[in-house]
Design a binder for this molecule. Structure first.
Ligand code: F6P
Length: 560
């Protein structure tokens, strides 16, 4: 690392020390009977056990010193005060205001939030109590949320997670992909009279969402939906009122979004209306309250007892000092199966940055690859690489202590047993001696032991955190999600990058335009052509060839 500070040098030395044979996780536990309790911390609605991480008091205190030197506390205060933390777009990040923390720099948002939340509550209650009916006077029974990125992932994940809080009269569907296979299969099971479409797009200009919204509108009209009562069936959530209105949505049916809520934090805003429709307004309020409790913990708890701060520092520790390129998130909870996808956007869109806030190249790696799936499924798939692969992958387990229902108690104990067994197996592994003794006891011959022992050895000493929630409730889910947001912010503060912009995403959008234009105009000359500049800037020989091959194949299959 160029120009490393004394603290950074010390962290490198601690990393070397902690890789020695007498500092394995097992060794650290054997020397310190209090380790599990000492490295376990409480936050609202969750307990975080960091004791299976490659840290001890001295390395943790140097990580905390790093936080001090990078002015983490000040960065957190600036965030909560409503400073322009998103400097490239000259915006504050005020999603915490939606959960009740009104920033001193922007007190005016309180009124806007109150008004919008009242509008949301009235609408949700009207749909639920039958005051809002479909065109034939029947109840709305199906909601289709059309959006992508933060306008889809968060609401879809929360709705799946709160499956025990669902309103039985409503089924919620989420459509995001521009591939019409998705929306078509959703629409195939619906009737217009009982369906409500929510078009969620902060910009109301995102290709996927506008394409799907148009397809939904065409389907609605083609299946007996009349023009007049369209207002009973289409609502929008956007900052772009004119675009929503020109699409055909009545102004009264547009819920506001604001540029001070980043796309990946949308679920807390009116973009989360599908959550409230699928469950209840109170459930949404409880979700916000859970997040608010974690916000206060993040803002006020001293850094050394601050759960998202410690978690964020550990992410920096592994990324920069242990060269870990990825981090696995493994919720042992089927309702949380969409959490890794939501966190991919939250974490990777925020931390995938190569320059600091000042536009200077970063000196260290930033952002890890976030991946995972609901346990126990991964155990029968990629966990093999976690246990015996050659790459270090810090893992975060999420366990829920109580089952949702009493009749699930027994399988739930198996779920917990597997979760705890995995973190334990990652830590303890199985040595050559243990493998040989086990094989011998099972009656294996010396020759067989010699042939197989090396394959059965599991190195262990692989780090993990376990987050334990009491129950999966709207409050605990809100707190868990706010924990991840804060953990991401901590990393951005240490790396001094802007966690709230996403310029890289724009390039793909920009480059798809001239290609779409080429693919479309051959059939429909009325399609607006890309500018000459766009075409010459983007069409390299490989892309050119792919386009020609597709068009030729479409011709020979008569699909054009
Ligand atoms: O893909 C980038 C992005 O801007 C995300 O940050 C955002 O959540 C998503 O697109 C959707 O944008 P919109 O809500 O404006 O349609």
């Amino acid at each position: 690392m160029a120009n490393e500070t004394d603290t950074e040098r010390q962290l490198l030395q601690h990393q070397i020390r902690l890789t020695q044979a007498d500092h394995t996780l097992k060794a650290l536990f054997s020397r310190d009977s209090d380790r599990a309790a000492r490295l376990t911390f409480e936050a609202p609605h969750l307990t975080a056990d960091f004791s299976k991480q490659h840290i001890d008091s001295s390395s943790l205190s140097v990580l905390l010193r790093l936080a001090e030197e990078k002015n983490l506390q000040q960065a957190i205060s600036n965030l909560f005060a409503g400073q322009q933390v998103n400097n490239t777009e000259q915006r504050a990040a005020l999603h915490m205001a939606l959960r009740g923390h009104i920033p001193s720099a922007a007190p005016e948002v309180a009124e806007e939030i109150k008004r919008t939340q009242q509008q949301m509550a009235d609408f949700v209650n009207a749909v639920h109590n039958g005051a809002w009916l479909g065109q034939d006077g029947g109840a709305i029974t199906n909601i289709v949320n059309i959006g992508i990125g933060g306008s889809d992932l968060g609401p879809a994940m929360v709705t799946a997670a709160l499956q025990d809080y669902l309103n039985p009269g409503i089924t919620c569907h989420f459509v995001s992909n521009v591939d019409p296979a998705q929306i078509d299969s959703v629409l195939a099971g619906l009737t217009p009279e009982s369906t409500l479409f929510i078009i969620v797009s902060k910009s109301f200009g995102t290709l996927e969402t506008t394409q799907n919204a148009e397809r939904a509108m065409a389907w609605f009209k083609a299946h007996g939906g009349s023009n007049e009562p369209i207002s009973r069936h289409f609502v929008a959530v956007t900052t772009n009122l004119p675009a929503a209105v020109s699409f055909g949505i009545s102004e009264d049916n547009v819920f506001p979004m604001w540029d001070w809520v980043g796309g990946r934090y949308s679920l807390w805003s009116a973009a989360g209306i599908a959550i409230a429709l699928a469950t209840s307004w109170q459930t949404f309020v409880d979700l916000l309250a859970g997040a608010a409790a974690m916000d206060q913990h993040f803002l006020n708890q001293p850094l050394e007892e601050n759960v998202p701060v410690i978690a964020g520092l550990l992410s920096v520790w592994y990324r920069n000092y242990w060269q870990a390129e990825s981090q696995a998130i493994l919720p042992y909870s089927q309702p949380l199966h969409l959490l890794p996808s939501h966190l991919q956007q939250l974490d990777m869109e925020s931390l995938g940055k190569q320059v600091t806030r000042d536009g200077v190249s970063v000196q260290q790696d930033t952002g890890a690859i976030i991946w995972g799936c609901a346990g126990t499924n991964g155990q029968h798939s990629f966990h093999q690489l976690l246990h015996q692969g050659t790459t270090l992958i810090p893992t975060e387990f999420i366990a829920i202590a109580c089952p949702a229902r009493a009749d699930r108690w027994e399988p739930h104990q198996h779920l917990l047993a597997n979760c705890f067994a995995q973190s334990r197996a990652l830590m303890t592994g199985k040595s050559t001696e243990e493998v040989e003794a086990e094989m011998l006891a099972a009656g294996a011959s010396t020759e067989e032991i010699k042939r197989l022992a090396a394959h059965k050895v599991v190195p262990g000493n692989r780090p993990s955190t376990t987050l334990l929630l009491g129950r999966l409730t709207p409050q605990s889910l809100g707190s868990l999600l706010a924990y991840y947001e804060a953990k991401v912010f901590v990393q951005s503060a240490i790396w001094q990058i802007n966690a709230f912009d996403q310029w890289g995403v724009e390039l793909g959008k920009q480059l798809s335009r001239p290609i779409a234009s080429r693919l479309l105009t051959e059939r429909n000359p009325a399609t607006p052509r890309a500018t000459t500049n766009e075409i010459s800037a983007t069409l390299d020989p490989s892309t050119e060839q792919l386009i020609s091959l597709c068009l030729k194949t479409q011709d020979s299959n008569n699909t054009r």
